[in-house]
Design a protein around this ligand. Sequence first.
Ligand code: SF4
Length: 57
Amino acid sequence: MGSGHCIVEAPGAFDLDDDGISFVVDPAAVSEDTIIDTARKCPTQAISVHRDGVRLH
Ligand code: SF4
């Protein structure tokens, strides 16, 4: 969908490719809470968050 919301909410963690598809750049660029909050706000629920094999969102 490429809303770009994740780029605004978690700067440095996500970017959009030339087709407007989001991809992960550096999940450590922001806090884990910010990543989870960003995932919750993704309008298409396209972001899942895992740590040590456990799904956090
Ligand atoms: S992953 Fe979600 S928040 Fe990020 S661009 Fe795609 S739809 Fe938007």
